[in-house]
Design a protein. Sequence first.
Length: 255
Amino acid sequence: MKDDEPATAGMPQADVMARLRVVLVGPQHPGNIGAAARAMKVMGLSDLVLVAPERYPDAEATARASGADDVLAGARVVDTLEAAIGDCVLAIGTSARARRTSWPLADPRTAAERAVAAAARQPVALVFGRERSGLTNAELDRCQLHLQVPTNPEYASLNLAAAVQLVAYELRVAAGARVAAGEAPREPVTAADMEGLYGHWQAVLEASGFINHEHPHMLMRRLRRLFNRAAPDRIELNILRGALRSLDPRRRGDD
Ligand code: SAH
């Protein structure tokens, strides 16, 4: 898709995705850097910035990237958070802990919608913290919005790459990604078709002696309710009509 094309058929807009940046501040385990690159690529993100990683480059990062080596190879390494987000119109800091400050806090879905809206023109950063200690308050102060994944309060901290995956997914959905959900098309039936079915049921059930032809109403109403819930399509209706024909005692001469 070209940059100036609108999003179509559930595809996220490529230009917006290109302006969504993942910033990992002081990552300690190279495996998490690789896993984060993979998490990004799966969701169509490619802009990765590493702020003072403890061990990088590293074979473990490459191994965990598994096919997302291009995202890893394109990653920029910088010394400070300022250098990573300087050109961004919005920086969203992620944290497992609710801070005491009254900084605007959003869940991943809301934050992703904000990020995608802001990324229409200029880069937006999603900032992730260290495995051991997260982001410092000073680093969170540099972000205009805080994102918290609602988790089990007794065990709130996601693995770094898992947090990147979850946020990257929400970004992709917010940017318009959809699966082609749904069933195979079903040919509808009309009210007249359904009346034909009910009449057929009644005739066969009377002929078999299952219902008394003087009092069919309660049973027929129940059957109507059942078939209304089931909402059969044309093929199913034809099966039912065929089955009734084959079971009809008059046809078999059992009367
Ligand atoms: N002990 C650290 C946890 C860091 S987990 C702390 O208490 O902050 C590593 C990073 O993953 C975090 O800095 C954050 O960027 C992200 N993360 C983990 N769990 C998260 C959550 N529930 N909500 C938002 N981000 C989370």
